[in-house]
Design a protein around this ligand. Structure first.
Ligand code: GLN
Length: 483
């Protein structure tokens, strides 16, 4: 059995359990693909050669022998974790993130570190200090971000799963632009211990896979309370979501189509057509479609801008040249060293966010900016909670348009920030969402997302899975990586 671009975790599990293939053969098959295609994609910052020890799990473990990739801002003991930043270029993690430890305990094999935007700040992968990952569907286009490497690697079939962090859309948007499934669970469903923080109150660990089934398996393996993260929900894990995946929607399911999102100005005409087709497909599956507006959603990007920058500036204060990573050697005084280290260690986007973040938190401005953002955040959450009294799930676009050309938004940081317009409101309200491919515009993938109330992952996976069964988007791969 050879590993193909479209091989799924579900298929691998059956082959591994029947001993038709060994975990070593699976890992070698994917490493062969990585070596054949990653030269062009630049999805990985580093590939690992798994040791025999990693294959010693019991064969009934949920991810026994299934290899995957880890975004470069999640700690793996003994491996570098650089956040794609020069300031952490040589930082080696002294421990495993809880997410990584749980995947290992579930039998998974780690194949490498995936490239991302620097400190997960960006929507295109272009802020990485090391390389620009390409979109496998068109190498002149961005894969989305910040989980650029994770998305490109799964889309090209270099790994069957990858994990990343989603603070404002970083799992769902690149998943959408690369044509794979991307999940952002409820805030706290998966421990953040060992995830290098961007904005701690919004950061979630999320998963990319080819199919909804595979996604549910990987998310489930990481669920559970964690004494090392006080914001992790007190849930008993790991969790098996697969019984939800019946291929049908829940009887009486009501989906709210968010009109001010789906009919927003600025959505590409081709994308809009595919969103409308997906809504029609849900009617066909028996769901009741209700149109509703969520007026506060339109403040999501502004609120996200403030909270993200404020928390990023605070979290990144620890990179001072003393405790971690890079240090400028020539400075004569401590403050000079601090300034030079941070000036040379951080890229432009990171510096821009530290400046804005400190500004919105500063005396005289904190009330106007940061505190009002927090007030609007509470209003948004109340509006979403109220919406879930009349519908089960909400239907949103992910990205307003398919992937753009590399470099196209270089001089337009505001337009880049608006890439998150439909994703970041969901982080602001802390609820779960899954994005699912729903077709192609001019050869580039497009997706929608379903959002549910807190801890409704089972229902979201069920509803996404039912849609996925009507199509064969997940079997599509770019021609050049097919072999
Ligand atoms: N594009 C968003 C940003 O730059 C998303 C980041 C994220 O989710 N990590 O802030």
């Amino acid at each position: 059995m050879t590993i193909h671009a479209t091989t799924t975790i579900k298929e691998l599990r059956e082959l591994l359990r029947a001993k038709e293939i060994s975990p070593r053969e699976v890992a070698d098959g994917y490493l062969r693909r990585c070596k054949a295609y990653d030269g062009k994609l630049e999805a990985f910052l580093e590939l690992y050669e798994p040791s025999a020890l990693e294959f010693s799990h019991a064969d009934h473990a949920p991810l026994y022998g299934i290899p995957g990739a880890i975004k470069d801002n999640i700690c793996q003991k003994g491996h570098k974790a650089t956040c794609a930043s020069k300031i952490l270029e040589n930082f080696v993690a002294p421990y495993d993130a809880t997410s990584v430890a749980r995947l290992k305990a579930a039998g998974a094999t780690m194949l490498g570190r995936a490239n991302c935007d620097e400190f997960a700040m960006g929507s295109s992968g272009e802020t990485s200090a090391f390389q620009k990952t390409k979109n496998p569907w068109d190498l002149t286009r961005v894969p989305g971000g910040s989980c650029s490497g994770s998305a490109a690697a799964v889309a090209a079939g270099l790994v069957p799963w990858a994990i990343g962090s989603d603070t404002g859309g970083s799992v769902r948007q690149p998943a959408a632009l690369c044509g794979v499934v991307g999940s952002k669970p409820t805030y706290g469903l998966i421990s953040r211990y060992g995830l290098i923080a961007l904005a701690s109150s919004l950061d979630t660990i999320g998963v990319m896979t080819r199919t909804v089934y595979d996604n549910a398996v990987v998310v489930g393996a990481m669920v559970g309370a964690d004494g090392k993260d006080s914001t992790a929900l007190p849930l008993q894990g790991p969790y098996d979501y697969t019984p939800y995946l019946t291929g049908k929607v829940k009887p009486g399911l009501k989906i709210g189509v968010v009109t001010n999102a789906v009919h927003a100005k600025g959505i590409d005409a081709g994308v809009k057509k595919l969103l409308e087709q997906a809504i029609a497909d849900y009617k066909h599956l028996g769901a009741q479609i209700v149109e509703l507006a969520l007026p506060t959603m339109d403040y999501g990007a502004a609120v996200y801008f403030m909270i993200n920058r404020a928390e990023a500036a605070s979290n990144l204060a620890r990179f001072d040249g003393v405790r971690y990573g890079y240090r400028d050697k020539d400075a004569e005084t401590l403050s000079d060293m601090y300034e030079k280290t941070r000036g040379a260690g951080f890229g432009r986007e990171v510096i821009r966010r530290i400046l804005t973040g400190n500004y919105v938190l500063s005396v005289g401005h904190a009330e106007q900016y940061y505190a009002s953002a927090c007030t609007v955040q509470r209003m948004m959450r109340a509006e979403f909670v109220a919406a879930f009294k009349s519908v089960d799930l909400l239907f949103f676009p992910v990205s307003p348009a398919p992937a753009f050309k590399i470099g196209a938004l270089d001089n337009d940081p505001l337009q880049m920030a608006l890439e998150d317009y439909f994703t970041c409101p969901i982080n602001i309200v802390k609820m779960p969402a899954v994005s699912v491919p729903c077709g192609f515009v001019d050869g580039m993938p497009v997706a929608f997302q379903l959002v549910g109330p807190d801890c409704s992952e089972g229902l979201i996976f069920q509803t996404c899975h039912a849609y996925e069964q009507m199509h064969d988007w997940y079997k599509q791969v770019p021609e050049w990586v097919r072999a």
